[in-house]
Design a protein around this ligand. Structure first.
Ligand SMILES: Nc1ncnc2c1ncn2[C@@H]1O[C@H](COP(=O)(O)OP(=O)(O)OP(=O)(O)O)[C@@H](O)[C@H]1O
Length: 278
């Protein structure tokens, strides 16, 4: 059974804008999915459907086989955690601890369970030492981690993140990338939107391209070396692919999209030339 099935979903805002048009897509359990596309492509609108924040105008979403409806939103939100792009839209309590405890407290857990869950969630994002601080005093990157902890405290099987790297400095981005890898090892299915092709190329195992509310294509991360789709989605090739494209010796090779692929290609070439044995 898939973690998420999006079945012929169309969504029209009250203004009349059709933000999603007939989207059909399945996300297997445990996948690391990057959703890319130009501004206004419908990425946020699509992500907001996955925990029932928006309900399709046409079509349906199923989570582990259960259709998302207005009636079962409460139980869907325990399975699907959505991290908003701006942590200020998500964090509202007086202390970091209370904010992370808010969701589990509503599930009427015992104080002992609550203590255990919030300690683990804050530990996972490296924010336990800030538990008594007011979120107001935290940096943007720290708030982002608290927002993720609030979602993890609900122990969802599926974690959705809307542009988790946006507005973070490079080391903040590395921290989030490490955190996402940790979530993957915990067995979570992860779906995020991003404009960062380099990150998507190194992290994702499934890439979804959207444009003007329509699904352009779906594939593995090698899709990000496909210049036809890259152009169509207003993206650019990952930096490593662009670098190898400039070297005539590699012109007949499939362009590598991340460091791992680049090293594989270089070692293969060195081996062919008997310059390196491994
Ligand atoms: N609240 C709203 N009311 C009316 N139209 C909206 C609303 N929110 C978004 N839209 C429109 O829906 C379309 C999809 O917007 P959405 O925010 O989902 O795109 P996106 O791919 O997430 O964009 P970005 O990369 O800029 O974040 C756009 O045409 C946008 O103008």
């Amino acid at each position: 059974m898939n973690a998420i099935d999006i079945n012929q979903v169309t969504y029209r805002y009250d203004s009349g804008v059709e933000a999603l048009s007939d989207i059909t897509l399945s996300i297997p359990f445990g996948a690391k999915v990057a959703l890319l596309g130009p501004n206004g492509a419908g990425k946020s609108t699509l992500l907001h459907h996955l925990n029932g924040l928006k309900i399709p105008s046409k079509g349906s979403i199923t989570i582990f086989g259960t259709k998302v409806t207005k009636k079962n939103i409460h139980s869907i939100r325990q399975q699907v955690g959505l991290v908003f792009q701006d942590p200020d839209d998500q964090i509202f309590s007086g202390t970091v601890w209370d904010d992370v405890a808010f969701g589990p407290r509503n599930l009427h857990m015992s104080e002992n369970e609550l203590e255990e869950i919030c300690t683990a969630a804050l530990g996972n994002v490296g924010m336990l030492e800030y538990k008594d601080k007011a979120p107001y005093h935290l940096s943007y990157g720290q708030k982002k981690r608290v927002a993720i902890a609030g979602i993890l405290a609900m122990r969802p099987d599926i974690v959705i993140l809307d542009e988790p790297m946006a507005f973070l400095d490079p080391s903040g981005q590395d921290e989030i990338a490490g955190l996402l890898q940790g979530l993957h090892y915990m067995g979570k299915t992860i779906l995020l939107s991003t404009h960062d092709v380099n990150f998507a190329a190194s992290w994702a195992d499934m890439v979804v391209l959207l444009k003007e509310g329509k699904l352009l294509t779906v594939g593995d991360n090698q899709l990000l070396a496909d210049e036809k789709y890259i152009r169509e989605a207003n993206l650019h090739l990952p930096i490593i692919a662009r670098t190898f494209k400039m070297v005539p010796e590699f012109s007949d090779e499939k362009l590598p999209i991340n460091e791992q692929e680049a090293f594989r290609l270089l070692f293969k070439r060195l081996n062919e030339n008997n310059k390196y044995q491994y």
